[in-house]
Design a protein around this ligand. Sequence first.
Ligand SMILES: *Cc1c(COP(=O)(O)O)cnc(C)c1O
Length: 234
Amino acid sequence: MSDQERRAELERNLAAVRDRIARACEGAGRDPGELTLVAVTKFFPAADVDLLADLGITDIGENRDQEVSAKLRDVARRDDLRVHFIGQLQSKKAASVVRYADVVQSVDRPKLVHALESAAASAGRALDVLVQVNLDEARGRGGVAPEGAVELAGLVADSEHLRLRGVMAVAPLGADPAPAFAQLREVAGAVRDRQPDATWVSAGMSGDLEAAITHGATHLRVGSAILGTRQPHR
Ligand SMILES: *Cc1c(COP(=O)(O)O)cnc(C)c1O
């Protein structure tokens, strides 16, 4: 596929996603301007990231430290992009992630809070953080239990170099996402009662962004609906 064909494909996909967002916002009585679209570019090359930046994307999501730190070196428009780390993160990788991530969305345990705080302190910078909430009792795909979210959020808020921004979750696989997103909204409210600046709710992916918008998401993490389901041939 040529660069031009790929650009046209991404442009089409992005238009379709923006259209879905607009319609869901209309249904929910919300302003699309309240929503940040995070394009999840994992598995896709730096060239796609640059094309997306040209098409107006300001935020990208990545989930594997090794892949993203190498990839970002090849992104020409790196400085125009906010990078969200959205994957499960080992504490020993905290220093590496702090080198490139603007936001870590997947903070789910005290040990990781401490590791990120000390890495951000060494780097002399502030890091935006979301507390990941596990809405899937059966599986536990990362995330603190809903009952533990307020306490963990407090620990982040008390960390000098971390800025608590809100909460994040992935809906349970193969189930109606609506009850899960409703639960996330309650957890987000409980966190915000104590930490008024924690206004972000990161929920909704390619398959369930409408339900997430209905239930108050502020950030959508959309991969396959924008980039396709497999690595393009080039
Ligand atoms: C891959 C991923 C996404 C994007 O999923 P799609 O279904 O491709 O839109 C969103 N959130 C997380 C945490 C992911 O790992």
